[in-house]
Design a protein around this ligand. Sequence first.
Ligand code: 5RP
Length: 225
Amino acid sequence: MNLKQMAGIEAAKYVEDGMIVGLGTGSTAKFMVDEVGRRIKEEGLSITGVTTSKETERQAQSLGIPLKSIDDVPYVDLTIDGADEISADFQGTKGGGAALLFEKIVATYSKKCIWIVDESKMVEKLGKFPLPVEVVPYGSQQLLHLFEKKGYSPVLRTAADDSTVITDGGHYIIDLHLQKIEDPIALGTYLDQLVGVVEHGLFLDVVTTVIVGGENGPKTIEVSR
Ligand code: 5RP
């Protein structure tokens, strides 16, 4: 079995009747959403889903998963989402699929967060995978210059047809090619205070459980916070 699929199916076991479940975005989360859909259909599981992107919304609707907006639920019991990198101290980066803003909003109001990854995503330090920063289009060139000056090797994200990627929130993505993030908290604090930055892909102190798909089966790690 594909390692992403293995992690996705394992994580779907944590979904219980009556839960409000945050449904993540990306190729790993897609397997989890498929499995939740299967459980609803075949096991009569009853949940309410809160999606983190239009892409996941379309998938969940096609599977008949009942959905509500994050603004129409009191909280989220459990969010299951993918990640781009997870460091040895369980900090993470997300946003490879450009859904980081909605993913972070849903994660923020979730009692528990499970990240599902294949073993290649487990790293010592974050930074090899480019760090996405979601920005308002107006002034985005100024932010690109600023990040260039800081030595962050920024690249405005474009699609296969060379058009600028527009997020579900109507923003651009600037990917920072940092190679190594020595101090994720300091970098996150710096990015948080920049005018025009809507959100960044550093998800710090968020995850409560990591499920890693590996050659010997899924490995579940409980993260104490
Ligand atoms: C989307 C994300 C994804 O969860 C992350 O990029 C992992 O994606 P994949 O499971 O396809 O490797 O953060 O914004």
